[in-house]
Design a protein around this ligand. Structure first.
Ligand code: BES
Ligand code: ZN
Ligand code: MN
Length: 514
């Protein structure tokens, strides 16, 4: 991740001598687009020519010397970016997403001209009392500016562009700084998750997860515990041991805890950390198997969220648990038909070794509940290909045993642009998991494949309010967005942060769907 410096200024608009001066322009019915006073005559020229209307994500780069009204500017380039029409009845989540998208477009334009710094002029019309719209634009710029190093020896010109290094924001007030500061913490954490996911499986192993966790606890107030293979075995986490059996690399369970004084609420986050999923003995087809290096995106999201939690210091306790191993085949690997015993004593018949995520999550969920007695649990996992069939790459699948928690996740999804869609969890789905020889089997057949995976997890959470997020469709190949580059999206981080910041006000009640 390329770390960007944020600066604030109130200097006159024409005093900026840098590479790229950004003005946002809003469409305004049939009349002249809305823009900052200083750029109005330029906008009028462009509107008369029909070259720029202020439509969402429309952009144009101008060179001050070439524009009649441009003489007053001293920057190298002007960038006008459209934000569309700001209708009064537009919902806040749509508006926020527009702002993020505009931010992404700004990053893409900066890349085109290889600018390493820019000045963002915040217009009057974008000032809401909370400054959330301005913060969303900056969030979009930061997320859109993301770039992962590659392992090529010879770099192309495009490789050589190192992205934005400084963003100067023209605007004032402590509230604005605070909101932009929060947006930056969230965006940086999401990019940390992208960084982890981008590393291939030979460069991101369970050991790398634990190194990251340990380092994070060294530089913050977080506590980090790492369970090694012998402890995992001793504790009876049979699912993690079974999935790891075919591997030459030891498993780990990484636990990070944020424990503020006098906390009243505990949130447990659990993330699937399969560093590579070959399917095991139930081997996956070769085509596209390389994408299974991303099977740790749930774990990455949860750990990266803790990075932000360490900075934000919310007043709730947050515990993150990541069970991590790769899933390989071989003479010692777990076999179809094997029966294993989980941390809480529940036995599973392993019908398909490729349904491995639920096996490791089962132990982590049961352990987390026993040890930390959370008020609610959210797990994130690239769990089923079926969720892509159901929801495509546009929404994360959610299953939950609690309507209040599900409602809150839904809202956080809308507000962060990481939308979720709840699927049912009726007892009929659990029926599909009945085994002849064990308490449960690890697959329920093709029908409702994502839901039976959720129903399997439900066996391990009891009545604790819990939401399961199946991010198989959204963790990479996510909906095309200007602020999400190709590859891993970092999905879940900003969603979890939004949720954590409001969860102390929620009353989950004693409700259970089953
Ligand atoms: N990691 C995969 C799910 C996955 C598949 C994520 C494709 C993203 C893209 C998971 O471990 C898996 O293999 N699930 C199986 C379950 C089946 C054996 C019941 C699947 O979805 O095919
Ligand atoms: Zn998997
Ligand atoms: Mn699998």
């Amino acid at each position: 991740m390329n770390k960007v410096k944020l600066r604030f200024t109130q200097k006159p608009i024409n005093s900026y001598k840098g590479a790229l001066q950004i003005f946002l322009v809003a469409q305004s019915g049939k009349s002249l687009p809305k823009s900052d006073q200083s750029i109005r005559s330029v906008v009028r020229e462009l509107a008369a020519l029909g070259d720029f209307k202020g439509q969402k994500d429309e952009s144009i780069i101008l060179y001050p010397d070439n524009v009649k009204a441009g003489k007053q500017f001293s920057c190298k380039r002007l960038l006008l970016v459209g934000i569309g029409e700001l209708k009064k009845n537009i919902s806040s989540d749509k508006l926020l997403e527009t702002c993020r998208s505009v931010g992404g477009t700004i990053s893409q334009s900066a890349k085109k001209v290889k600018a390493d710094e820019l000045l963002l002029v915040l217009p009057e019309f974008l000032s809401d009392p909370q400054h959330s719209l301005a913060a969303a634009v900056v969030e979009g710029i930061l997320l859109g500016n993301y770039k992962f190093k590659n392992y090529k020896q010879k770099k192309t010109a495009e490789d050589e562009y190192a992205g934005l290094k400084t963003i100067t924001i023209r605007g004032k007030g402590g509230g604005l700084r605070r909101m932009i500061g929060l947006a930056r913490i969230g965006a940086e954490a999401a990019m940390t998750a992208r960084d982890m996911a981008n590393e291939p499986a030979n460069r991101w192993t369970p050991e790398h997860f634990s190194k990251f966790g340990r380092e994070l606890s060294r530089t913050s107030d977080l506590r980090c515990t790492v369970l090694g293979k012998s402890q995992i075995k001793k504790l009876g986490m049979g699912g993690i041991i079974a999935v790891n059996q075919g591997s030459a690399i030891d498993p780990r369970v990484i636990i990070l805890e944020h424990r503020p004084k006098n906390f009243r609420t505990t949130v447990l986050l659990v993330g699937k950390g399969i560093t590579f999923d070959s399917g095991g003995v139930s081997l996956k087809p070769a085509a596209g198997m390389e994408d299974m290096k991303y099977d740790m995106c749930g774990g990455a999201a949860v750990i990266a969220t803790m990075q932000a939690v360490a900075e934000n210091k919310p007043r709730v306790r947050v515990v993150a648990i990541v069970p991590t191993t790769d899933n390989m085949s071989g003479s010692s690997a777990v076999k179809p038909g094997d029966v294993i015993t989980h941390y809480n004593g529940v036995t599973s018949e392993v019908i398909n070794t490729d349904a491995e995520g639920r096996l490791i999550l089962a132990d982590a969920l049961a352990y987390g509940i026993k040890k930390y007695k959370p008020d609610c649990i959210v797990d994130l996992a690239t769990l089923t290909g079926a969720v892509i069939i159901g929801l495509g790459h546009h929404r994360t699948g959610m299953m939950s045993n609690n309507d209040v928690l599900a409602g809150a996740m839904n809202e956080s999804g809308d507000q962060t642009g990481e939308k979720v869609w709840r699927l049912p969890l009726d007892p009929e789905y659990t029926e599909q998991l009945k085994s002849e020889v064990a308490d449960v089997k690890n697959i329920g057949g093709r029908p409702g494949g994502s839901i039976t995976a959720g129903a399997y997890l439900q066996k391990f959470v009891g009545s604790t309010p819990w939401a399961h997020l199946d991010i198989a469709g959204t963790a990479w190949d996510y909906t095309k967005k200007s602020y999400v580059p190709k590859g891993p999206s970092g999905i879940g981080v900003r969603l979890l942060l939004h949720f954590i910041n409001r969860c102390s006000t929620l009353k989950f009640g004693e409700q259970k769907t089953e």
